[in-house]
Design a protein around this ligand. Structure first.
Ligand code: NAG
Ligand code: NAG
Ligand code: NAG
Ligand code: NAG
Ligand code: NAG
Length: 302
């Protein structure tokens, strides 16, 4: 019992920190084969648009991309290494503009063994457009991850370019990112001040196989289905950036992830969010309201 608890505590504490960005990322910035995704720079050939109504299905050592009729249109490898997403690295030094990742975030690890998250809902407002545009990319998302961190399922708000498209405006898409294979829904433009609700739902499960959907409520085309997944145990609210050069590359003020609701298959989880901040860059995450219902996480920009 004691060792199980120790393991769980260790896993909970280490999870977001074990995902160090490979050092190579900073050097591959000029590589035209690489594209920005919410899991860092990825080889363009491993990044796939999910057609409307299509889905992603994990099948043993493969990940299948299916069209809306269920036909397999691409087969990728499902390896089990961790997602590269660094925590709280300093980004405003011009020398390392691409080196970046999870700048400020909060997370909760569901350590209840007989109860899984069946719905994770977060509301946030589209921030103002940043005062300056240096081709930076800003991702603001809620997400669920398996304990291995080998994948992430996430409704994502982005400013700037990514593999899904984008530019000097805010837009939303949902992503399922495996260790190398990366999938995204349509990218839909949104406007500053617009209220977004990102939801990840467990549609059904059978044994150790879990079927999930991530989407923005009321924004057609932004849904992504990930079937045959491992159970997703870690919830996060995250600010992730690439290519930030000055404080003016961020929006002004703060972004509050609010009405954060987690429901589980049985009972009411004891939900204690932890936050991690990039203090050198003046970006911070703090938990304003704890709990599994109506929780709040605030991201303050420099
Ligand atoms: C902006 O950044 C993206 C991603 O690194 C890169 O592909 C693109 O060429 C850049 N555009 C400009 C104008 O620098
Ligand atoms: C994905 O899972 C959902 C829920 O179990 C199911 O309705 C849907 O048919 C599945 N899609 C595929 C392509 O397996
Ligand atoms: C659940 O999984 C088992 C074993 O893989 C399979 O035989 C069964 O058909 C599945 N049930 C459903 C409802 O998909
Ligand atoms: C979150 O849960 C609270 C309390 O159950 C409920 O009042 C609220 O409507 C929920 N919000 C969303 C966005 O689901
Ligand atoms: C599970 O996590 C909660 C916080 O989310 C913590 O208070 C509790 O002690 C943990 N339980 C175990 C068995 O580690």
């Amino acid at each position: 019992m004691r060792s199980v608890q120790a393991y769980v505590l260790l896993a909970a504490l280490l999870l977001p920190f074990t995902n160090a960005v490979p050092v190579e990322e900073a050097r591959t910035v000029d590589d035209s084969n690489m594209v920005r995704t919410p899991a860092g720079l990825r080889l363009i050939e491993n990044v796939h648009a999910v057609p409307e109504g299509g889905s992603v299905k994990l099948v043993g050592s493969e990940i299948h991309l299916l069209d809306e009729t269920g036909i397999v249109i691409h087969v990728a490898t499902n390896d089990n290494a961790k997602i590269g997403s660094s925590a709280a690295t300093s980004t405003t030094s011009a020398a390392d503009t691409e080196e970046s990742g999870w700048i400020a975030f909060a997370y909760w690890f569901n350590n209840v063994t007989d109860s899984v998250i069946d719905s994770f809902t977060t509301t946030w407002e589209v921030p103002p457009v940043p005062a300056e545009n240096h081709n930076q990319t800003i991702f603001l998302f809620s997400a669920l991850q398996p304990v291995t961190s080998a994948a992430i399922l996430q409704p994502v708000l982005q400013f700037g370019p990514s593999a899904a498209g984008g530019g000097s405006y805010w837009a939303v898409a949902s992503w399922y990112v495996g260790t190398s294979a990366t999938f995204f829904s349509s990218l839909v433009e949104v406007t500053p001040g617009q209220e977004l609700t990102g939801v990840v739902t467990l549609a059904s499960s059978n044994g150790s196989s879990y079927d999930y959907v991530a989407e923005f409520t009321g924004i057609p085309g932004t849904s992504i289905t990930a079937n045959g997944s491992d159970v997703l145990l870690t919830a996060t609210e995250t600010l992730e950036t690439y290519g930030i050069t000055t404080a003016a590359d961020y929006p002004t003020g703060s972004t509050t992830f609010y009405d954060i609701n987690i429901s589980v298959t049985s009972g009411a989880p004891e939900t204690v969010w932890s936050s991690v901040s990039d203090t050198p860059d003046g970006v911070s995450a703090s938990v304003a309201v704890q709990g599994y219902s109506n929780a709040e996480v605030v991201i303050n920009y420099p």
